[in-house]
Design a protein around this ligand. Structure first.
Ligand code: WT7
Length: 657
């Protein structure tokens, strides 16, 4: 296994963590998940999932729970259903139409509430508009939007007419839009004029305009008005959202979808420069997100649930849109950043809507820690009863701070491990049953069979670490990579026989609790965003001044990892601060601002093996300021001393920023 992203001391520290938090008795008594659930799911895991499938509304019942033709799964075959019906119509018909689906809060402070019946009306109108534009079952539609109510409406409207959505996070650049849209030939692109971020305007439509110069499959661009400044609209191609829905009826016949029809694509970074279009299908995905959202967060009818993620990532797909809506939950959607206008914004939202379940990321929690406990203290947060964490390993210190300063010491903290590929939470506590340990995601969800294996694929006894694998199919699993079955098989199912390889390192303690240690491949995790080292390297070498680039992750107190780039430049160019800024800008333009290297070191040469392979492990050591291990395979050892000096200087400069 390659060097894990955490230092050995950090791993050992995790293992010395002895604090335990059994479920509060009152909580346990009323919890959705009661003891026995694990055993029951183990007795017949297909039946366990089927019991959740039976809670969905089917147009035609399914015939078979699982057809497993490893590594291709089909769940609930023979059945037809529609995701938007399960998210909306079902609840309205059951008399919950006036229940609030979303409390929406915009960054500038605008607020409104949307009930289930209003949301259904909006989805139907927009779905009718899409149909009128010729969008139909089997198409793909790209969505590049800020966190405004039109975003879930657009997703659900696609689902209603049977088109798969492909949401592209609003922080991505025009080039990234082009790659994703062209990979799956999207027929339409849905966006907004601009978005708000920390008081600044994000030029979403302008980015789409640039992208659409190179996306021949896009026939229409639909633009929701968010900010109100003038934007360019191309006749015939571009349409205002308000015109698309004008005069459309508030009812719309939902497309019957096969259980295995594509619900959406979501692109995620792998170890190459080309992102993978992860495929999620209809029934199994809904079953997975509904069950996990209900049981891991212990969702009750009167909860106010808030997942403070962006819908542009899988967390938002599963736990802002599909899971909560299928469970008929009331949720909060917040458009902006946590420090606008001040660092108590999140806590003022918790207080205003009496949020009872909060789901956020360790990087956010560490930021709040840095800002200080006085910000949450200004607000009444006694409504909170469950806290969740997702996106990266949570260090015990951050866990304890979250538990104490946000949860008032009374709320279970559920650390949830999963991935874009798994669709739903795989390893997490059930808060009424599980004894929590700060820093541990604890146990596999019922019916999930996980294991830790060594290089040979052998199960590692409790107390040891290795690769986390999943040994049995689950309903919300990815069905493959768009257009690339070989890559699917190769990436996830070829390293070990009959096991799904997630790509994370993990340890298990003597009680069988899982402690995640970060990625084992060339994928970085910066603020919970998955970024491929190769993607950033390609963006760097795309600049005329760059000869070669190597990118590694470096531990960061706040963002988990920070991007560290080593760049050798072509003759005729000088490694200056200006060039560094320009390269950062260039990466920002190629990929998106959030992928800009925090640390950038210029070098004559990159350290390579004699066969010419860049020695990333060595660069990681240099980036972390660690003692260097074995350097005997180096082609030219003089590079190392120089690099260490320069990296130290770059790190110092980065710290001062
Ligand atoms: C990778 C997946 C899951 C939604 C957000 C990210 C890391 C995620 C945890 C956790 C330790 C975690 C893993 C995983 N990760 N949650 N609770 N503890 N690591 O989705 O972009 O697909 O990234 O995020 O490394 O492989 P993603």
């Amino acid at each position: 296994m390659t060097t894990p992203t955490h230092t050995t001391e950090a791993i050992e520290a995790l293992f010395n963590e002895a604090r335990k938090f059994p479920p509060p008795p009152e909580f346990a008594k009323h919890a959705n998940a009661q003891p026995g659930i694990y055993e029951e799911a183990e007795r017949d895991y297909e039946r366990f999932w089927a019991s959740w499938a039976d809670k969905l509304e089917w147009m035609k019942p399914y015939e078979t729970v699982l057809e497993w033709n490893e590594p291709f799964a089909k769940w609930f075959t023979g059945g037809t259903l529609n995701a938007s019906v399960n998210a909306l119509d079902r609840h309205v018909r059951a008399g919950r139409g006036t229940k609030i689906a979303f409390y929406y809060e915009g960054e500038p402070g605008d607020r409104w509430t949307i009930t289930y019946s209003q949301l259904l009306d909006d989805v139907c109108r927009f779905a009718n508009g899409l149909r009128k534009l010729g969008v139909k079952k089997g198409d793909r539609v790209a969505i590049y939007m800020p966190m405004i109510p039109e975003l879930p409406v657009a997703m659900l409207a696609c689902a209603r007419v049977g088109a798969a959505h492909s949401v592209i996070f609003g922080g991505f650049s025009p080039d990234s839009i082009v790659d994703r849209v062209n990979d799956s030939h999207c027929v339409a692109l849905i966006t907004a004029d601009q978005g708000w971020r920390r008081g600044n305007k994000v030029p979403l439509k302008a980015n789409c305009d640039k992208a659409m110069e190179s996306t021949p499959s896009v026939r229409h661009c639909i633009v929701a008005k968010r900010v109100g400044d003038a934007v360019e609209m191309q006749d015939g191609r571009d349409l205002w959202w308000s015109d698309v829905v004008a005069e459309q009826p508030a009812t719309c016949e939902p497309e019957p979808m096969d259980a295995e029809d594509l619900l959406y694509l979501l692109y995620t970074s792998g170890t190459t420069a080309k992102p993978k279009g992860i495929k999620h299908t209809t029934a199994g995905y809904l079953v997975g997100v509904t069950a996990t959202h209900n049981l891991v967060f212990d969702l009750k009818e009167n909860d106010v649930y808030w997942c403070a993620a962006d819908i542009g990532w899988v967390t938002g797909h599963s736990y802002i849109v599909y899971g909560p809506l299928c469970n008929g939950a009331t949720s909060v959607i917040y458009e902006g950043t946590p420090d606008f206008p001040d660092k108590d914004r999140l806590w003022s939202i918790v207080e205003r809507y009496k949020v009872s379940i909060l789901y956020t990321a360790p990087t956010a929690i560490r930021t709040f820690m840095k800002w200080g406990a006085e910000y949450p203290k200004q607000h009444d947060m006694s409504s909170l009863r469950v806290l969740g964490s997702v996106g990266e390993p949570i260090n015990p210190e951050a866990w304890m701070w979250y538990h104490e300063h946000i949860g008032g010491g009374r709320c279970p903290v559920v650390d949830t491990w999963w991935q874009t590929e798994t669709g739903a939470i795989m390893i997490a506590p059930l808060p009424g049953i599980t004894t929590l340990k700060p820093g541990s995601a604890t146990k596999p969800f019922p019916a999930i069979q996980a294991d830790i294996v060594n290089e040979q694929g052998e199960s590692v006894p409790l107390g040891g670490g290795g690769y986390i694998v999943l040994k049995r199919p689950w309903p919300s699993m990815l069905r493959g990579i768009w257009g690339d079955d070989d890559r699917y098989v190769h990436t996830y199912w070829s390293r070990f026989q009959h096991m799904y390889l997630a790509g994370d390192g993990c340890k298990r303690d003597l009680e069988g609790d899982y402690w995640f240690m970060g990625r084992i491949d060339d994928v970085m995790n910066v603020s919970g965003h998955r970024i491929s080292t190769t993607e950033v390297e390609s963006a760097l070498v795309d600049h005329p001044a760059v000869a070669e680039a190597a990118v590694v992750g470096r531990l960061d107190d706040v963002t988990g990892q920070a991007i560290c780039a080593f760049v050798s430049i072509r003759s005729g160019f000088e490694g200056s601060k200006e060039l560094g800024d320009e390269l950062r800008r260039h990466v920002g333009e190629k990929l998106g601002k959030f992928t800009q290297p925090k640390y950038l070191t210029f070098t004559q040469e990159l350290p390579k093996t004699r066969s010419g392979k860049i020695m990333r492990r060595l660069l990681r050591d240099i980036a972390e300021g660690r003692m260097l291990g074995d350097t005997t395979t180096l082609a030219d050892s003089s590079i190392v001393a120089e690099l260490q000096e320069r990296a130290k200087a770059a790190a110092a400069a980065g710290k001062d920023e």
